[in-house]
Every structure is written in structure tokens, then in C-alpha cells.
Design a protein around this ligand. Structure first.
Ligand code: UD1
Length: 335
């Protein structure tokens, strides 16, 4: 079975390609290289020890998307391609709406032309907003807090409407909690592009440079240590969740939203202390003001993924910290 992976050279995409190939799938990677580099393809190939098909395509160009389907006999699509920075989306909402929405519409149009109706879509736990008491369940009402999140929410709605209009589609909407970590080989991980936004890239930068302090946004929340709580999930667990989702949509039509998380919440300070402990490095930090728009506690309800996909996360926070640091040291050439 040949699977098209859009955004397949990004953080989640590249790890998913490795997992798919290890599970016996053929992969075709599509990426426009706007937030990654072609070197990631070589790294994937050295992990899986074989050549992997790749096409440089900007999905805003529908003819270019069509050309991929003309070239390869695709059986299903996992769609990761999209912009993901919350801050950038607030500054340039139209860029986000245009890129994330139109590229997906182009993909769906071309899939329909080729009568291919199996899609795994990369959504986000951000669609739960801050209106619920965790753990977040897939049938909660949705409310995205920023333009990036709204592109995910709008796309979930578009895809659900599509299935309502044509029940032969099979779509899984994967809602990720906080993916961190890296492949065990140290060859793949999250490339540092521009100023980091998320917590782990900041932790890695602080650990390697040792010059500035990590800023912890808020120490007075109503949590056990005052910092926010997140459901951190190892990137390889996320990758295996996609393979299971693919197996599921291959056999079942309809549209299902599915959380990918561990169901366990750790605080920002837990993550810092675990990182220090397992890696034997210091992370100097300071508690600063709360960050606008932060959700206090975000934890997944994981029962649906277990029942529907037969999938459960298996890595713990120590694995995530150890693997992320191994990867970062290798790209920064640290000992
Ligand atoms: C953020 C986005 C979310 C997006 C997700 C994945 C916001 C408000 N939310 O989620 O929409 O889907 O990334 O890209 O931006 N933290 C620090 N210091 C730092 C960085 C982060 O204390 O330097 C804290 C944050 O305040 C938060 C936790 O670490 O409590 C996790 O932050 P982050 O990694 O940005 O993820 P989310 O906020 O969960």
C-alpha cells in the first residue's frame, strides 16, 4: 500500500514516515521545504536503509498536487503540511488561512478526482480551547483560541461536512496533545527554525547554551507546583498512532476525531526537572508572567484511541527528555 505523506519532512511527518516504512508501507513524501530542509530526507533514508520517494510541491498549486497523484498510485493520504506557529498566525492571519485552508481544499479536490477517499488529518488539541475541565474528550464542544487553531477547527468542520455529503469517505482527525522527543537514532527530531515557540525547543536551547535562563510562563496557577500542566507525548508514539489510524480508515468509512496523548499530565517544572535528571544537565530557569492565551491544564482522554485503534502511548517523560537531548546534541555537535 502506497501512502502519500504531505509535510513528510516536518517534525511529525518525518517520524511517521519512518514508522510507516518499518510497518511495511511504501511512502511518497510531498513537502515544499518552507519549514524544513531536504537533509531530512537523507536522514529518513539512513534510518530505514532505503530510498524514499519525494516530490517538492507547494500545495497551493493544485496542478502540482495533481502531478503527484498522476505519478504515483496512492492508496491513502496523511496530511501534515501546514503552518503551526500560534504567534505568526496572530500577526499574519491571512497567510495562515490561505495556506492551511487552500492547500487542504486542493488536496481534497484532487483526491476526489482520483476517487481516493482515505485521509488522516493532522489536527490539534488546541481545538478544545480553554472552556473544558480536562481530560479532554473527543465529543466536547470546540473553540479555537487563535487563527492557527481556527484553521485546524475549520478544516475539521470542512472534512466532517464532506463525509456527511459523501459517506464513502474515511477520515480520521488526529488531535495531538504536546509532541516532544525524537527518534532513538538521534538522526531525526524537531529542527530549530527561527525563534522557538514551544517549551522543549526552549529547554534544549537553554541546556546547550547555558547563557540565558529558561522563562517559565506563570508560577501561580492553581496546580500542584504553580506551573501549567501538559500531556506530553513522545513523537514516536504519535507516529505509531498515525499508522494505527491508517489501518482504521482502511477498514471503516466515516469521520472520527481521535486524541493522541498519554492521558497523564506533567507540569512545566516536572519536565524541566526530569530533563535535568535524566540528562545530567542544568536548566537555569526563572518564573515570569503568565503567557497570554495559555490553557492551565491540558490532558487527553485516551479511551477512544485505545478502543478504536488499539493504540496506547508507551514512552514516558524520561524517554522523551533523553531522546530530545540526544538529537539536539547531535545537530549542535555537542558531547
Ligand atoms: C502551543 C499552542 C498550541 C499549539 C501547540 C503545538 C499556545 C497558546 N498554544 O501549545 O495552539 O497547538 O503549541 O505547537 O501557543 N512554556 C514556558 N516557557 C517557554 C515555552 C513554553 O513556560 O519558553 C510553557 C507554556 O506556558 C505552556 C507549556 O510550556 O504552559 C507548553 O507550551 P508550548 O510548548 O508552547 O505548548 P502549548 O501551549 O500547549
Amino acid at each position: 500500500m502506497t501512502v502519500l505523506i504531505t509535510g513528510g519532512l516536518g517534525f511529525i511527518g518525518s517520524h511517521t514516515v519512518v514508522e510507516l516504512i518499518e510497518q511495511g508501507y511504501d511512502c511518497v513524501i510531498l513537502d515544499n521545504l518552507s519549514k524544513t530542509t531536504i537533509n531530512v530526507l537523507e536522514k529518513i533514508e539512513s534510518v530505514v536503509q532505503r530510498k524514499v520517494s519525494f516530490m517538492k510541491v507547494d500545495m497551493l498549486d493544485i496542478q502540482a498536487v495533481r502531478s503527484v497523484f498522476e505519478e504515483y498510485d496512492i492508496s491513502a493520504v496523511i496530511h501534515f503540511a501546514g503552518f503551526k506557529s500560534v504567534g505568526e498566525s496572530v500577526k499574519n492571519p491571512l497567510v495562515y488561512y490561505r495556506n492551511n485552508l487552500i492547500s487542504t481544499l486542493n488536496l481534497i479536490d484532487v483526491m476526489q478526482e482520483f476517487n481516493l477517499k482515505k485521509l488522516v488529518f493532522s489536527s490539534s488539541a488546541t481545538v478544545y480551547g480553554d472552556i473544558h475541565t480536562p481530560p479532554m474528550k473527543e465529543d466536547f464542544s470546540l473553540q479555537a483560541p487563535n487563527p492557527y487553531g481556527r484553521t485546524k477547527l475549520m478544516l475539521e468542520e470542512i472534512l466532517s461536512d464532506l463525509v456527511l455529503s459523501d459517506s464513502t469517505w474515511s477520515i480520521a482527525l488526529m488531535r495531538y496533545f504536546n509532541p516532544i522527543g525524537a527518534h532513538k537514532s538521534g538522526l531525526l527530531g524537531e529542527l530549530p527554525f527561527g525563534t522557538p515557540n514551544n517549551l522543549m525547543p526552549h529547554v534544549l536551547k537553554t541546556a546547550s547554551e547555558g547563557t540565558s535562563k529558561l522563562q517559565v510562563f506563570g508560577g501561580d496557577y492553581d496546580t500542584m507546583d504553580g506551573s501549567c500542566i501538559r500531556d506530553f507525548i513522545h513523537i514516536m508514539d504519535l507516529a505509531s498512532g498515525h499508522v494505527k489510524a491508517l489501518e482504521y480508515i482502511d477498514k471503516n468509512s466515516g469521520c472520527e476525531a481521535i486524541n493522541l496523548g498519554t492521558g497523564i499530565g506533567y507540569s512545566v517544572l516536572d519536565l524541566i526537572h526530569t530533563f535535568e535528571e535524566v540528562n545530567g544537565v542544568k536548566i537555569p530557569y526563572e518564573i515570569v508572567n503568565r503567557r497570554d492565551g495559555d490553557i492551565i491544564v491540558s490532558i487527553a482522554e485516551v479511551g477512544k484511541a485505545e478502543v478504536l485503534l488499539g493504540w496506547k502511548a508507551k514512552y514516558n517523560l524520561a524517554d522523551m527528555c533523553e531522546d530530545a537531548w540526544r538529537w539536539y546534541k547531535s545537530i549542535k555537535k555537542l558531547n
